[in-house]
Design a binder for this molecule. Structure first.
Ligand code: PMP
Length: 457
């Protein structure tokens, strides 16, 4: 039943005027929109006067809480000094130079070059255009195809949506031609009867190699992967996966671009997910925690070889004809500098490492819940996948919307967490402690019990 809204209320105004994205409309009509007014620490407050523990850090990005004074001060100071600029015509804000330097310093690269965007989607688009331009400049215009993986998430612009391995992009007639999707390395879900994890991983690598050979290695421009698939439902790779696929890519001269929009700056317990999984990337895509979400900012960080090749390609045609009005926005860059300082130098990453074992302990315990299928995660990102039948891993009938029901029952407890497919996802801010983790998991358990009872009835 549709929830009625008082005329002129926030809810009524939102329902009449806002085109909501990535929103389940039956749920929206039933529950109404949630209009938030402010946040404090790890909590958010809405127009109805309720408060919520935000177990999703906004959208994986607000890792330092909602009221970090250092970030606010950095933002205000930069706004006073130089509130806006672009990065065209050889002109750029001093702050954007500083952040470029800093990003290379904290990257796995000895030298590099940074290109700023406003979002992760734009950064992935930018990287693809760079690959296309480099290859054309080097006389290999046929090297254009991009490989990503089923269930991956790389963004929503036409190119990054084509990279994203989700079925909903069919509604836009995507992917564009030349965007290929390799297997999703989720052993628990896609491992075959009697197949060991090592065998599964070997199959992933074999299938990737077959895909490359079928398409023609000389037609492939790059392989993009999230170290841990985030919006696919927090899927850490099967054991040995990156060790197995990197030699395949190397053998065929295919660059590896690590999409660190979620994993970057500490989510997996290291600065980069690439570090956690022994990935040797040619470039890194960053966003989200790069500014703790306080300003929109994305970055392409080119490693040594790419930086040289890209510069040479641009010199050849005397330009890199690409850029956004707000590329290298000085306020975003000032916030980025401060965010890196807070996360890497003021102990936030250390806190992730410290509390991760407790986070994982409570997460893993959820697998024993009657609804629990697989509990999986790393660092401070986790998911509980629910199942109708444990032994066979049979998923619930999609029409039952079980993960949505759990997330809604969490909201009723004052906890924001996110349903993704048949999983509920937790990616709390880096400032959590054990008491807050207990509150989060206790609320989730209560919600799971309520939904389990409802399903029984
Ligand atoms: N890559 C990954 C891995 C992401 O998780 C996201 C966003 N969730 C994006 C790219 C796109 O970033 P944005 O929403 O800033 O465009």
């Amino acid at each position: 039943m549709n929830k009625p809204h008082e005329p002129n209320s926030w809810e009524a105004r939102a329902m009449a005027n806002v085109m909501a994205g990535f929103t389940d409309f039956p749920t929206l009509h039933e529950r109404g929109p949630m209009i938030l007014t402010h946040g404090k620490g790890v909590r958010l407050y809405d127009t109805a006067g309720r408060d919520y523990l935000d177990a999703n850090s906004g959208l994986w990005n607000v890792v330092c809480g909602w009221d970090h004074e250092g970030l606010i001060e950095a933002m205000v100071a930069q706004t006073r000094r130089f509130p806006a600029y672009h990065a065209f015509f050889g002109r750029m804000a001093d702050t954007s130079v500083e952040l470029s330097e800093k990003l290379i310093e904290v990257s796995p690269f000895a030298t590099g070059r940074v290109f700023f965007t406003n979002s992760g989607s734009e950064a992935n688009d930018t990287m693809v255009k760079m690959l296309w331009m480099m290859n054309r400049a080097e006389g290999k215009p046929e090297r254009r195809k991009i490989i990503t993986r089923i269930n991956s998430y790389h963004g929503v612009t036409a190119v990054s949506a084509s990279m994203t391995g989700k079925p909903y992009n069919e509604h836009f007639g995507l992917p564009l031609p030349g965007f290929l999707h390799a297997d999703c390395p989720h052993y628990w879900r896609f491992g075959e009867e009697g197949e060991s994890e090592a065998e599964f991983t070997a199959r992933m690598a074999r299938n990737l190699e077959e895909l490359i050979e079928r398409e023609g290695p000389e037609t492939i421009a790059g392989f993009f992967a999230e170290p841990v698939m985030g919006a696919g439902g927090v899927i850490p790779p099967s054991k040995g996966y990156f060790e197995a696929i990197q030699p395949v890519l190397k053998r065929h001269g295919i660059p590896f671009i690590s999409d660190e929009v979620i994993c970057g700056f500490g989510r997996t317990g290291a600065v980069w997910g690439a570090e956690t999984y022994g990935i040797e990337p040619d470039a890194i895509i960053a966003s989200k925690a790069l500014t703790c979400g306080f300003m929109p900012l994305g970055a392409v960080i080119l490693g040594d070889a790419f930086a040289e090749r890209m510069q040479a390609a641009a010199e050849k045609i005397e330009e890199f004809p690409h850029g956004f009005t707000s590329s290298g926005h000085p306020v975003a860059c000032a916030v980025g500098l401060k965010a890196i300082e807070i996360i890497l130098e003021e102990g936030l990453l250390a806190n992730v490492r410290m509390i991760s074992p407790y986070f994982m302990k409570r997460l893993n315990a959820l697998a024993d819940h009657p609804l629990g299928g697989e509990a999986r995660g790393i660092g401070l990102m986790g998911a509980l996948e629910v199942v109708a039948e444990k032994a066979t891993k049979t998923p619930f009938d999609g029409a039952l919307s079980v993960s949505e029901r759990i997330a809604n029952a969490c909201l009723d407890q004052g906890l924001i967490c996110r349903p993704l497919g048949q999983a509920v996802v937790l990616c709390p801010p880096f400032i959590m402690d054990e008491t807050l983790l207990d509150e989060m998991f206790d609320k989730l358990e209560t919600a799971l019990d309520k939904v389990a009872e409802g399903l029984k009835a």
